[in-house]
Design a protein. Structure first.
Length: 144
């Protein structure tokens, strides 16, 4: 299951870039969806590799953040195959996406889902804890 569609890529990235990345013919003026679909499937599989230890896959209702991470990874993968303009921006987005996925895999960051793919329960407020009275205050520290 892909976490993003070709239309998500079209909505997120400039048309001229996608036309150049998806066509061998430099005179092409339309986007070829097949390379985008393949890149998105590859990116989704990469994401699944990071999150499969924490969540039951496939996710029935994936969080929106996975859509963005999928498109960022797919764009990097497509750009890395072409001698296009500067790849550094795509590389940074890719590294940021992977860093976030590593945190999710380690349990340091949540996707807002529990291990069974459901939203975690809302934490309830705990009672306020009372401690001993203050030893030092303005009155007994006066003059120091």
């Amino acid at each position: 299951m892909s976490y993003a569609t070709a239309q998500d890529m079209i909505n997120r990235y400039p048309n001229r870039d996608l036309v150049q990345l998806t066509n061998e013919d430099p005179t092409a003026t339309t986007i070829n969806n097949a390379p985008i679909t393949q890149a998105l499937a590859d990116a989704s599989a990469e994401i699944d590799g990071y999150i499969e230890g924490r969540f039951t896959l496939p996710l029935t209702d994936p969080p929106a953040v996975l859509n963005r991470l999928t498109t960022d990874i797919a764009m990097y993968r497509m750009q890395s195959l072409r001698p296009l303009h500067d790849l550094e921006d795509a590389r940074k987005r890719y590294e940021d996406a992977v860093a976030m996925l590593v945190k999710v895999a380690a349990g340091d960051l949540t996707l807002g889902l529990s291990a069974d793919g459901q939203e975690p329960p809302v934490a309830e407020m705990q009672e306020k804890v009372q401690g001993p009275d203050r030893i030092f205050n303005r009155k007994n520290l006066r003059g120091y």
